[in-house]
Design a protein around this ligand. Structure first.
Ligand SMILES: [Zn+2]
Length: 214
């Protein structure tokens, strides 16, 4: 069951690897398949070897209801995001370099350009907790109340969207902007951010008008 969701996870897992936003088997992706169930990438398998049958389906208590593979160790993170945000349909967690730099500096990403404003006016840094823990999930959920993209302290980036495409594009956009920010910081010169009022207006405008949605 849920072949389409499994296929999209296989496809976006490969894209994640090609995008260099993860190394090896790191990172994880998931898609909600119903109110109570989600599909998630298996633990520790190379993205280019994952097939649809390797993708487990979990319920909201964390039990595998379909599939024989062990789910990603970060399944609690995905589960808690789905439980707390009913509009979230897909989640991508990656370890891109420049968000990684901000995660070590524990520096949130301010409003720097309109591309990032498609998704967020500000990307917070969630408090540190070890991988795979319930505490990590709680910390990310708490930061996600401010933004659907969250930098995880000393760890990486997590983006939640209305589709896998949106979550993936969000990761790429936030990482690109993080790269500009880190390079700008390295000059030691003054950094100018977009005023909060302008940023909020631009975000609303872009969400309503950008792209081909009717
Ligand atoms: Zn991770």
């Amino acid at each position: 069951m849920f072949e389409e969701a499994k296929r999209s996870l296989v496809e976006y897992g490969r894209r994640l690897l090609e995008s260099n936003m993860v190394g090896g088997t790191a990172g994880n992706l998931s898609v909600r398949v119903s109110e109570e169930l989600f599909a998630i990438t298996p633990s520790g398998m190379p993205y280019n070897e994952i097939e649809c049958d390797d993708v487990p389906i979990l319920d909201m208590t964390g039990h595998v209801v379909e599939g024989s593979r062990k789910p990603s160790i970060e399944f609690r993170l995905h589960l808690q995001i789905y439980k707390n945000f009913s509009d979230v349909q897909a989640i991508v967690h990656a370890h891109p370099i420049y968000c990684g730099v901000l995660s070590i500096l524990r520096l949130p990403l301010p409003a720097l350009n309109e591309t990032m404003l498609m998704y967020s006016v500000f990307v917070p840094v969630s408090e540190y907790a070890n991988s795979g823990t319930e505490q990590l999930a709680r910390n990310v959920v708490s930061a996600m109340r401010q933004s659907r993209a969250v930098i995880m302290a000393n760890h990486g980036l997590v983006c939640a969207g209305e589709s896998l495409k949106e979550a993936f594009d969000m990761c790429e956009t936030i990482e690109r902007t993080a790269k500009m920010y880190v390079l700008a910081l390295s000059t030691g010169k003054t950094i100018f951010t977009i005023d909060e009022k302008d940023a909020l207006e631009a975000m609303e405008f872009l969400r309503k008008n950008y792209g081909q949605r009717s």
